[in-house]
Design a protein. Structure first.
Length: 344
């Protein structure tokens, strides 16, 4: 998680362990103590105790950083629901520590939704905080949580190895390659063949094999499988599930992304999910996108949409593409030399 995309801003970890952000500064999203927009990267205020950042993630108007000592700092948003995780409801224009400190376990990964966030802890459990109106804290309540609160344990003693967040739901990749999700399910984003909100981590319907990576945004989720195939589920009104159609507009179970437009024999290695589009890095170093294209999300230089994966314009030359992240109406890719390409 070297790059993080909020709805209208982007952040990246700099080589020295600091964070630079750019885009819309509304609700303190840039973390520099100001609400002004910036068309170029600017450093956030220093992290608490001047700790280095090892991972970042962002949601609607809030962002969080995982620090080198396993603590978490957040900034942005109005903090109405406690999404800063430090026990108060005061807006924070610079990074502030959440309450994952002291006797709490250390965080190893973070994931930020629109008004809530979660941390994967070093014992394989998950703690979440913020808005809980749809059960997205995973503690079997709908009570907002102003400090990190443990989700219910995963079934059969399974442990989480990765987490991801949509707009109002979260998903965890578990150590047996299955996926469990919780929160809003109105668009089928839990993947359990239902549209009932889930206040506890709930297994998706079976995937086509063990998953190795997951990505959620807005109202859909995708999983890269060990065999290189890609399965997605949730809202599909713009074809963001990649099945070749926007009907049904809610895909309630994990469904194979149509690979017909990919080069023969290619497989996915990473995936990013935006509001209404999805993009994937393939094992031949090309990037394919599908879904809504009104703001250039497909990356072909126009505003056309696509119900099936189509190749973006080529970029980065022969340099390896090592990470992809999507949010709102844009996508960014990190190249092996440290440069970042974005579109949308």
């Amino acid at each position: 998680q070297n790059i993080a995309l909020a709805g209208r801003s982007t952040c990246a970890i700099v080589e020295n362990g600091s964070v630079a952000c750019w885009g819309r500064g509304f609700l303190n999203t840039l973390g520099n103590g100001d609400t002004a927009d910036s068309g170029e990267p600017i450093l956030t205020a220093p992290m608490p105790d001047k700790r280095s950042v090892v991972a970042i993630d962002a949601g609607g108007f809030n962002a969080c950083a995982l620090l080198e000592n396993g603590s978490v700092a957040c900034w942005g948003s109005g903090n109405q629901y406690g999404e800063m995780g430090n026990g108060d409801q005061v807006a924070h224009s610079v990074p502030e520590l959440t309450n994952i400190t002291g006797s709490e376990l250390s965080a190893t990964s973070i994931s930020v939704a629109f008004s809530s966030a979660c941390a994967l802890l070093d014992n394989g459990s998950v703690s979440c905080w913020g808005d809980n109106s749809k059960g997205q804290i995973g503690d079997n309540t709908t009570t907002h949580r102003f400090s990190p609160t443990q989700t219910f344990p995963f079934a059969d003693g399974k442990k989480a190895v990765a987490i991801t967040s949509g707009r109002v739901h979260h998903c965890a990749l578990l150590d047996d390659g299955t996926v469990s999700c919780w929160g809003d399910n109105s668009e089928g984003q839990i993947g359990d063949d239902n549209t009932t909100d889930r206040t506890l981590p709930t297994p998706t319907q079976p995937l086509g094999g063990p998953a190795i990576a997951i990505s959620s945004n807005q109202d859909h989720t995708c999983a890269v499988l060990e065999n290189g195939s890609l399965f997605c589920w949730g809202r599909n009104d713009y074809g963001q599930i990649g099945t070749g159609s926007n009907s049904p507009n809610k895909v309630l179970v994990p469904t194979l992304v149509n690979p017909d437009n990919w080069p023969s024999g290619r497989s996915a290695v990473a995936v990013g999910t935006g509001d209404d589009h999805t993009c994937a890095i393939l094992d031949d170093n090309l990037v394919y996108c599908w879904g809504r294209g009104n703001a250039g999300q497909i990356g072909q230089g126009g505003d056309s949409s696509s119900y099936v994966p189509v190749g973006t314009n080529e970029f980065g030359g022969d340099k390896a593409k090592i990470a992809i992240e999507s949010n709102g109406d844009h996508t960014c890719v990190l190249i092996e030399d440290g440069t970042i390409y974005c579109w949308g």
